[in-house]
Each structure stands twice: as structure tokens, then as C-alpha cells.
Design a protein around this ligand. Structure first.
Ligand code: SF4
Length: 416
């Protein structure tokens, strides 16, 4: 960000400009203003392809992996991270909360070359002193992870002591559903003190700046039911986050803002525009939004619907949701389904906003030719294409759906 402000076109800016097909000087201006962030830490501990997120760039997809206290399998988490990247995830976040969290993070950092994100407060609670931790511990964990090469971190700095008071009196259907947000509230309640990430925000920025880690300001008070969307708690946090975005920019630290949550479909366009505007057009990283609360088992679909609408109206980065959301820890199959659903949402928006219609054109032409190999090539996730073809048999020419009444056969009578 600081180089961009000096008019220097860094290697990262040149790289992102090339892969996104945008002009490097224009990209540098957007980075300088904070409207685009480029994820890549300067730790030099690992080889990472920088990823740009924000205005004018492709909509990106993040996949969350990581263990839980009930299910901690290092190899499984590494395989989930790899499967997510193979399915098209642009970034991976390790959200491990088991005792083995350090090893899992280190192995994931080695296993993938996309930017990796974390939520440092999970470490404070999973293997640190939790509600009895000191403020120093909160900052030390950030430094430890930054040194290891983590590229972006979700930090719930917008959950303040004042919000603790409000959480106690503002009624909500689903309460507080952010794990990091809840941990922060629990610490403040136990210690009677301000959120360390808010109280020592300047110290936090010093660490992030040293290692060029992008902060993703968490939405600890996001709505967890469509009935809680846009309530007093959520909007209070959005305004605090906006002030923090300003402080990040003054300090030369790249910042993203995390968004809802559960939001009814008709509210999404205005909701997204409002958050972008209030938060000075910082790149917006949305968790969903889920357009209904009843899609358990299919929440990746509810999230893809909301994610597509949100991205069309300004969201820049979609955090995937898997079919296991609200039910349990996702395994490899659910990770892939989640990534693919989010990729469909992202592509649906890129094709209208950036005119990226070539894959759609090619697959449509291939369908008309009954060219199955080319259809496979342009399918969003070819292994699924193969799986379904194999399931019902692979006849020559038309597929098993219409057989001899295949429209692409019948239409030949019309054109001849
Ligand atoms: S048989 Fe039917 S579904 Fe299959 S390719 Fe032809 S038109 Fe499409």
C-alpha cells in the first residue's frame, strides 16, 4: 500500500494486474486508496501467489478448513486445504480450534501456495489462557502467526466493551453467532476490560505492518438469523469497523471488512451498498449471506444465492459455506461442494460485471456439437461432470436424458 502511494509498481501489483487483466497504474491507485488489497505477507517463509481483492477485480472465494476440539486430524485438514484449492478456492483460512492447532497451521502453510488466513483469537482460546489470557497474549499470537507467513487475519476489533453492554439488552433471535465475537465478549465480561484488539489497535497495526499482513476486520456481531439482519448490534459494529478502516489506512495497513451473516434476499443489495459506503469502500468479505435459515444440509446453496446478489452489488470476496454449516465439521466432499457453489456465484457475477463470458460461450457451443470432452473442460468442476456421466452410462452422441429426441439431433432437420 505504501509503495503504491509512492507511485511504485511493486512486483505484486504487476502480478495481480496481469492475472486480472487490469492496468497496473489503475490497480496501484486502488491499492493506495485501500479499495483493493493484495494478500501476501512479507515474511518470506513461503512461496505465495499474491491475490488481489476489491473493486474491478474478479470476485474471489475463500474456503475455511481446520480442526475442532471434537475432530482433529492433521492429514485430513491438509487434504481439505488441497482439495479446496484444486476445486478453485483463491484463498484458504485455517480455523483450527484443537490442541494441535499450531501443527495444522504450519502444515497448511506448507501445503498450499494460495494466501492463507487465520483467526488468532482461536489460538488464545484453544491452547492459550482463554478468558484468563492477558492482553499481551492476544498480540503475541498475532506476531507468532505473522512470522510464520500467514497472509491475512480475521480480527474482531469492532466488538467493543460498549457492545457488550448492548448485547446484554438488545433482544435477538439467534444471539451472537460469531465464534471470535463470542470469545471476545466472554473475555471482556470476565475481565471487565476493553477488547484488547480494540484497546491496543495501534500495537496490532505495528505487527501487521511489519509482516505486511492484511487485516480482515471481523463481524463479531453479524446476524445469525434473517430476523436479526441490520439490527442495532450489527450496525453499531459496522460503524466502529469503519473507524478502524480509517486507522488502518493511516498506518499503511491493508484492511478488508467482513460482512453478514444471514440477510433476507430483498435486503441484500442495499445492505451491501451501505456497508461498502460506510466503510470507505474497503474490500468486503461476506460470509454468505444466507438468504434463509432453513437450508440446513444445503446451506452452500443458500449462501451462493446470497453471495451472488451481494457480489453483484459490491461484495468482493465470498467466504464459502458448506452443506455441513450449522451441522458439523465439513469433510473433503463438503469442502469441494462449498467451493464449487461459491465459485458459481462468483463467476455468475464476473461474467456480467467483467464480461468474462468465454467459458459460457465455449461450453454452450460444445453442447450444441455434443462435444462431451469440451463440455467437461469448461465445466466449473470437471470431476463432478465425469462422476455424473459415469453414473448413468456414456452413450455416443446424445446423453441418456432424451436419447433420440435430443434437440441437437432434431434441430438438424430444421437447419438442413
Ligand atoms: S439428449 Fe437431451 S439433455 Fe442430452 S445433450 Fe441432447 S438435448 Fe441435452
Amino acid at each position: 500500500m505504501e509503495l503504491a502511494r509512492q507511485g511504485v509498481l511493486s512486483e505484486e501489483i504487476e502480478h495481480v494486474a496481469r492475472v486480472e487483466g487490469v492496468e497496473a497504474t489503475k490497480l496501484a491507485r486502488l491499492v493506495a486508496e485501500g479499495r483493493v488489497v493484495i494478500l501476501k505477507s512479507s515474511s518470506g517463509r513461503r512461496k505465495v501467489s499474491p491475490v488481489g481483492i476489491g473493486e474491478g477485480l474478479r470476485v474471489k472465494v475463500n474456503a475455511n478448513v481446520g480442526s475442532s476440539p471434537f475432530l482433529s486430524d492433521l492429514d485430513l485438514e491438509v487434504r481439505k486445504a488441497r482439495a479446496a484449492v484444486e476445486a478453485g478456492a483463491d484463498t484458504v483460512m485455517d480455523l483450527s480450534t484443537s490442541k494441535d492447532l499450531r501443527n495444522i497451521r504450519r502444515r497448511i502453510l506448507e501445503a498450499v501456495s494460495v494466501p492463507v488466513g487465520t483467526v488468532p483469537i482461536y489460538q488464545v482460546f484453544a491452547i492459550g489462557a482463554g478468558v484468563d489470557s492477558s492482553e499481551d497474549e492476544w498480540l503475541n499470537v498475532v506476531e507468532e502467526q505473522a512470522k510464520e507467513g500467514v497472509d491475512f487475519m480475521t480480527i474482531h476489533a469492532g466488538v467493543t466493551y460498549e457492545s457488550l453492554e448492548r448485547v446484554r439488552r438488545v433482544p435477538r433471535v439467534a444471539g451472537v453467532v460469531s465464534r471470535g465475537g463470542c470469545m471476545t465478549l466472554a473475555w471482556m465480561a470476565k475481565n471487565g476490560k476493553e477488547n484488547p484488539y480494540y484497546a491496543y489497535f495501534d500495537n496490532l497495526l505495528d505487527i501487521l505492518k511489519e509482516y505486511e499482513v492484511t487485516i480482515s476486520i471481523g463481524d463479531g456481531l453479524r446476524p445469525g438469523s434473517i430476523l436479526d439482519a441490520e439490527d442495532e448490534l450489527q450496525m453499531m459494529e459496522v460503524h466502529t469497523v469503519a473507524q478502524l478502516v480509517k486507522r488502518c489506512r493511516e498506518a499503511g495497513v491493508q484492511a478488508m471488512v467482513e460482512g453478514p451473516g444471514h440477510v433476507p434476499i430483498d435486503k441484500i443489495p442495499e445492505h451491501i451498498r451501505r456497508i461498502k459506503e460506510v466503510c470507505y469502500h474497503a474490500p468486503l468479505y461476506v460470509l454468505g449471506p444466507l438468504v434463509t435459515d432453513v437450508a440446513a444440509g444445503y446451506d452452500h446453496i443458500a449462501a451462493a444465492i446470497g453471495g451472488a446478489i451481494a457480489a453483484l452489488h459490491g461484495a468482493d470476496f465470498l467466504c464459502y459455506v458448506t452443506p455441513s454449516e450449522h451441522i458439523g465439521l465439513p469433510l473433503i466432499e463438503e469442502v469441494v461442494e462449498g467451493v464449487v457453489a461459491a465459485k458459481i456465484a462468483a463467476h455468475a457475477v464476473d461474467l456480467v460485471k467483467r464480461g468474462e463470458q468465454r467459458p459460457d460461450l465455449e461450453i454452450s457451443k460444445a453442447r450444441a456439437r455434443l462435444d462431451w470432452e469440451a463440455q467437461r473442460r469448461y465445466a466449473i468442476y470437471p470431476p463432478r461432470f465425469d462422476e455424473l456421466r459415469a453414473k448413468v452410462g456414456v452413450p455416443e452422441g446424445p446423453c441418456t436424458m432424451c436419447g433420440e429426441w435430443c434437440v441437437y439431433r432434431l434441430i438438424r432437420y430444421v437447419s438442413d
